[in-house]
Design a protein around this ligand. Structure first.
Ligand code: COA
Length: 157
């Protein structure tokens, strides 16, 4: 079965990577889909976010990375995925994730959401927190895949 893992990935973190690695073990095929929503002000443009992910998963060449605009269910349909993967961290994620899962199922009942609980090490990280740390001169190396570090530091140095 094919799954799609959508997100903003601004930038990808080791928490996202944890979900990619585990989803790949469960599903036959996995597509990571970077949302390109012009209304969502991101630090990194879409191409950079896609590149960051590709460079972080060089050891998983079978995982496809794409960008999409519009609805997640449409992106899923376009790549032939029947499952949307989402990562759940603390309980604060729960409400939004359940809301999105219900809405996506209401938009397309052929597509279901599978939620993976983020591993304990990455429960409390987020892309914004990492950008805050980088901006204040802190060490981000424990939290983001190694190839992504120079691209983040280029913006925050
Ligand atoms: N580890 C660490 N952090 C994680 C994480 C994990 N496993 N999973 C999520 N996060 C963090 C991200 O770093 C991000 O942090 P930030 O807010 O500090 O930047 C935050 O959680 C949310 O990020 P993300 O997973 O990228 O999701 P999102 O809420 O930005 O949603 C889409 C992205 C693409 C899924 C959503 O915008 C969408 O569905 N767009 C399409 C429109 C649509 O279909 N709408 C109707 C459906 S409801």
């Amino acid at each position: 079965m094919k799954a799609i893992y959508p997100g903003t990935f601004d930038p990808i973190t080791k928490g996202h990577l944890d979900i990619i690695v585990r989803a790949r073990l469960i599903f036959d095929e996995l597509v990571v889909a970077v949302g390109d929503n012009p209304q969502k002000k991101t630090t990194f443009d879409c191409l950079t976010r896609v590149t960051m992910i590709r460079e972080s998963i060089l050891d998983m060449p079978e995982v496809e990375v794409i960008s999409f605009d519009g609805l997640t269910v449409e992106a899923a349909k376009n790549v032939g995925a029947r499952v949307i993967i989402r990562g759940l961290r603390a309980i604060t994620d729960y409400e939004l994730e359940v809301q999105m899962a219900f809405m996506n199922r209401s938009l397309d009942s052929d597509i279901d959401t599978v939620i993976l609980v983020t591993s304990p090490n990455w429960q409390f990280i987020s892309s914004s927190l990492i950008k805050d740390i980088a901006g204040l001169g802190g060490d981000i190396t424990p939290y983001v895949p190694e190839p992504v570090i120079p691209l983040i530091m280029k913006v925050f140095r």
